[in-house]
Design a protein around this ligand. Structure first.
Ligand code: NAD
Ligand code: ZN
Length: 340
């Protein structure tokens, strides 16, 4: 089968012929139909500081996908060939104290599909049965291939009560845009999304985010005044990993606000410590999704009318992955879906 492989410890990815994996007793073999490119894949493509420390070539990339069950291991029950599925991209140990308390997303021994074990940028992949997520009718293949990043957005948005609150989201990447749309759907009073890239600002507006602010050109305080946000935002979702955005979200939060931090940086970020203390800010780090509560919530939001189609900007044949990565590099893409 064909697969997109990090074959060498240097910049780039290569399409290679590899063997179709064989499912073990507790595993499911999935024929991938659509996979989308994540920022993590771009880090691995670039072979940046994080990737060179954490990735061991050769590795098949990809963890955001949908496919059809092709074969099941001898001990597998509840999933059958022909089922439409996706999978949680973190394989957990089941033995640590967090796993044993059903807090699987906090497992310290987690292995990433497409990061530590072979991924979904291939015709087939094998995953443990316990990672498989069945996709209900009514959720399209494209939406199903986005459930992993949508889950990041939903995990952050559900971390605090947003209904009736004024919410600030920093960074209109695909995850920030989806998080803003989720907060709108959950009944926030105002959701303000900040960004510095013109293409992404336009994308966010077209995707349905009502208040998108170019913080290079507009003064956030004025935007807040115009929306009658007098004391600051009650909830903030940091989705850029940028120092200026971190400063913005802490400045714009009201006393006692709740901030979910999801953005990641290659640089050391500085938190304005005294502001956090004096404003009595609640901080929560967000990694991945809650397994599997976030998956359920994300699918229910989609079934309930959440429309995230606007974050998809490109649908490319699997072979054109290089073009996809070049679009991400140029900052002129939202979500890119590779079609098998
Ligand atoms: P992305 O890089 O596509 O989007 C980040 C956006 O932030 C960009 O559009 C960028 O222009 C914008 N930005 C930069 N500086 C800004 C500023 N000062 N103010 C406002 N916006 C600014 O990323 P994504 O795929 O949407 O993911 C969002 C972030 O979350 C990234 O940092 C990513 O690495 C991280 N991430 C975290 C997890 C997790 O589990 N915690 C999972 C996936 C991605
Ligand atoms: Zn564990």
């Amino acid at each position: 089968m064909r697969a997109i492989v990090k074959s060498k410890p240097e910049k780039g990815l290569w399409m290679e012929a590899v063997n179709v994996p064989q499912p073990g007793p507790d595993e499911v073999l999935i024929k991938v139909t659509k996979a989308s490119i994540c920022g993590t894949d771009k880090h691995i493509y670039d072979w940046d500081g994080w990737a060179s420390k954490n990735i061991e070539p050769p590795l098949i990339l990809g963890h955001e996908f949908v496919g059809i069950v092709s074969e099941i291991g001898s001990a597998v029950e509840g999933v059958s060939p022909g089922d439409r599925v996706s999978a949680e991209g973190h394989v957990v140990c089941s033995n640590c104290s967090n796993c044993r308390s059903s807090r699987y997303h906090l497992c310290p021994h987690t292995k990433g599909i497409g990061v530590n074990v072979p991924g979904a940028f291939s015709e087939f992949l094998c995953v443990p049965l316990c990672n498989v997520v069945s996709i209900p009718d009514g959720i399209s293949d494209e939406m199903a291939s986005l459930l992993d990043p949508l889950g990041n957005a939903v995990h952050a948005a559900l971390s605090f009560e947003v209904s009736g609150q004024d919410v600030i989201v920093t960074g209109a990447g695909p995850i920030g845009i989806m998080a803003a749309l989720v907060c709108q759907q959950l009944g926030a009073r105002h959701v303000v999304l900040t960004e510095v890239n013109a293409y992404r600002i336009d994308l966010a507006r077209k995707a349905g985010v009502r208040h998108v602010v170019d913080v290079r050109q507009s003064d956030l305080q004025t935007v807040m005044q115009n929306l009658s946000i007098k004391e600051g935002f009650g909830v903030g979702l940091e989705m850029s990993g940028n120092q200026d955005a971190v400063n913005t979200i802490i400045n714009a939060g009201k006393n006692g606000c709740c901030l979910a931090l999801l953005g990641i940086s290659n640089n050391k970020l500085v938190l304005p410590w005294n502001d956090i203390v004096f404003k009595m800010i609640h901080l929560k780090g967000i990694y991945g999704r809650e397994i599997f509560g976030t998956w359920k919530a994300s699918m229910e939001l989609l079934q309930n009318g959440l429309d995230i189609e606007g974050v998809i900007t490109h649908r490319l044949p699997f072979e054109d992955f290089e073009y996809g990565f070049s679009l991400i590099e140029s900052g002129t893409a939202g979500k890119i879906i590779l079609e098998m």
